[in-house]
Design a protein around this ligand. Sequence first.
Ligand SMILES: [Zn+2]
Length: 227
Amino acid sequence: MTFRNNLYAYRPLDLILRPRVVILMYHSIADNFRDPHAVRPDDFAAHMAAIASAGIPVIPLQSAVQNRYAGHAIVLTFDDAYRDFLHNAAPVLRKHGFPATVFAPTGLLGGRAVWDTYDTSKPLMDWDELTEVSRCGFTVGSHTVSHTRLTDCDSRQIHEELASSLDALLTRIPNAIRALSYPGGYCGQREMAAVKQAAYTCAVTVTSRLGNYSWTNPYALHRRKWR
Ligand SMILES: [Zn+2]
């Protein structure tokens, strides 16, 4: 087993600042040696079992945002809408009754991770599969249309990436939420303002040592990997 069983051991600031909401970031759940972001299914199951036995509440992303990150809780997120979510993550989550949010690049569904640096062959869910995820009770947010770095886009392109993906999700997916995951985590003040303008309620970034508190910017929510 390759994971360390203590989510907080090296976060002394967080321990002082408790309570807070910790948002965990996952990508592919698969045995894929080519992808350093992939988490092995056995390790993922062990992570979820450790959370369950620790008794830390796992709450939906939208609840955390609506309650201004009150209390101590965990939120689970999965970027990229990999097909392996259905087979390797969803059954484990359902077993524990844990909610989760999947962030989908809406223009690439049914295809592969063409943007990826490590393994472009990873299949993404198609719309039917994403609908099935939603029917299982998981929420779905936007990962833009084309998984483009928003910081590389002009204002018109940013608006298109944000508005079109959200519109497609709200039209086609029953449990779609107005939440964004920035591709690659790339965002600045301009991108955050555009996300707010496009009527999203929150957006998540990539790895941070911090949890989320009442004063955290909802358009730059911190996430962490379980290392
Ligand atoms: Zn991504």
